[in-house]
Design a protein around this ligand. Sequence first.
Ligand code: SP5
Ligand code: ZN
Length: 344
Amino acid sequence: MRIFSNPEQAGHNPRDEFFRGQRVPCFENPTRARYVLEALAARGVPVGSPTHDSTAVLAEVHAPRYLAFLQDAWRQWLALDGANADVQPFPSVWPVRTLRSDVEPANFIARLGLYAMDNGSPLAAGTWAAAKGGADAAASAAHALLSGERAAFCATRPPGHHAGPDFMGGYCFLNNAAVAAQTLRQGGAARVAVLDVDYHHGNGTQAIFYRRADVLFVSLHGDPRTEYPFYLGHADETGEGEGAGFNLNLPLPAGTRPDAWFDALDAACQRVAAHGADALVVSLGLDTFGADPIAGFGLQADDFPRLGARLQRLALPTVMVLEGGYASAELGDNACHVLEGFEA
Ligand code: SP5
Ligand code: ZN
């Protein structure tokens, strides 16, 4: 298994996010990557830097005006009166429902609201470089498969599955899983499946592929009636147009125990197998862990090798990209346990 990191990740280091009116330290922080890389190093697993540039494929999964905004956002923030590098930019207005989203305002905060689905995804000086490095890792992992590698894992942050065609959200800026899937398509895989096992529904990935039949999206996640991202991820979302029938959501109640979760995983894997996919991309969120501070499933340490083993049984060239997972001390071991279950 090839492992990729993004050396730029630590530059995405915002200080805090909002929770119920209070500022709390960011759950999604550089320590997460450190724990995963330390766990890999402790096992003697070699980790490589990206080998491919994702610029061209990014333009196929994200809108040009969104990419242009994100790349220049920190500079534009610093240019505002009263802004400085110690203050975090947050949106304060959004183009919901009857308002227009086709206009790109000149005002920076208004553009931040246009491109952000929540106020929980703060930008920092190094956000673009970190997100781009993660996307490069995803493109590199896909290329490794196209060169005959059985599997690859991106030990990268920030995560990507909440980032849609033209928006950020849920700590995500560029959709790494979509970059991997699109790279595989371009490299000759006729059909690709994305399987998202993060606790939160991968609304961004779903949105990117919702009208496409060539990339199947399957997700099991906390029921969005009560869990983030709330406004997408429901069972009646099955795809549109050409993509009708190529989107499967399996929402599960918060508090779901491992056996019920693995039953849903089995249903998800059966749909992936029925797709006749040539390659698989796994959005590997580890916030399904019982001790996760922001999520509500009950997976335990020994459930992660079981997850890896089930993925391996699909017998497909597989890219895994790290998504969520916030119980930092255990995050590295949980990630390695998935890889070990896959390789056993
Ligand atoms: C990639 C990913 O897992 N994104 C998750 C985004 C979740 N955003 C909402 C966070 C709400 C934090 N709630 C804190 C609960 C503390 N007890
Ligand atoms: Zn998550």
